[in-house]
Design a protein around this ligand. Sequence first.
Ligand code: SF4
Length: 451
Amino acid sequence: PKASRGVCGADAHAIAGRNYLRMVAAGTSAHSDHAREILHVLHGASRGGNYQVRDERKLIKLAGEWGVKTEGRDIYDIAHEVAEVGLLEFGKPFGTQLFINRATDERRKVWHEQGIEPRAIDREIATAMHMTHMGNTADAEALVRQALRTSLSNGWGGSMIGTEITDILLGTPIARETEGNLGVLENDMVNIVVHGHDPAFSEMVVTAAEVKELTDYAKSKGAKGINIVGLCCTANEVAMRHGVRMVGNFLQQENVVLTGIVEMMCVDIQCIFPSLPQLTECFHTKFVTSSPIARIPGSLYVEFKTDTAFEQAKDLIRMAIDNYQNRDKAKAYIPESKQPATVGYPCEQIIKELDGVTNSHVDELGSYRPVVDVIKSGVLRGAVAIVGCNNPKVRPDYSHFEIMKELIKNDILIVATGCAAQLAAKAGLLRKDASSLCGAGLQRVCNLVGI
Ligand code: SF4
């Protein structure tokens, strides 16, 4: 830089701290908005409606945790009140996030002492934006502290609420077999890609594609059927709940279109390249946006509404089927690469797998104890989460892959989601025989548990 300070006197620490906090606020707003949206869907859920309560047990448990009365009440009354409590987590004027009660006492003590217990989600975002507005905080440490508080409101607020409510509405995932990579596209089927992050929309598309009237319609147009595939974080949602195959991750979205055999790409929010309208124009592919949060010039905009969601999804599928005949065979190319993968490990599934190796005469079932024990005894050296995005500044997937291989070789268990999980699928790391790449300790655990 030409000068050590900006025109107002802010130094590099203040400028970097402010930029960092703004990025954290943006990420929190996006990820926590998933929760807000899905809470609204729960609030409108009804018996026989487009969205229904699929995991009543989880709803009752959450109602108990949030102090919502359950006895003698209709499940939908409970669901609507739970949704209201969840929505208040965004704007309540007093108190901290309800889910921080799930953290250990030690952890909560640290947050309390540091003054970073997360308050209402929207408040943390507003505070972050205000602190970084012209002429406010220039103290880098205070900026980082607010970044921690804001991200805690996402992790222990928005993201956790989003996960719970999505499971309640769409069902808690279970382990299932699927496949990953571009080779999951089918030459003789109508290929529809669901892309983005909001599972409410993709769920409808996947469900509608199973309707016989539509599969018959696809056959009447010369296709063998309808092939729905997932891209980006939406891929994980539909893979874990329906076994829908994963065509790729963030930096592969253009490659998917380049195969020339995608009849329609339906997107919701986040990680959508604005290049897609121009690219799809070079092929027959229809590019459909569905959310006011992600409007892209050149797309076909069909605003998704929960009360008409199923009919909208059916209309889109019909449109994709009609488009099948417009494929230009000269432009078609499907890479053969794909790998089998086992996915779908929420807490419930992990505990179920661990129950399989628990001696019920000695230890209690339904706990993480077996995995804690192997970490304590040194058979495993720990567990890490790889939650994550791809970065175009480095070769796609390269760093995720190298880090994952090194970790499992060193007996460290990985829990992965997002693009990292799709990379793991593409690279064959979600196959059961990938245990051969693990260190001796992790390999023994995988073989014993059967993962
Ligand atoms: S993991 Fe990151 S880059 Fe990948 S789809 Fe999700 S948010 Fe986007």
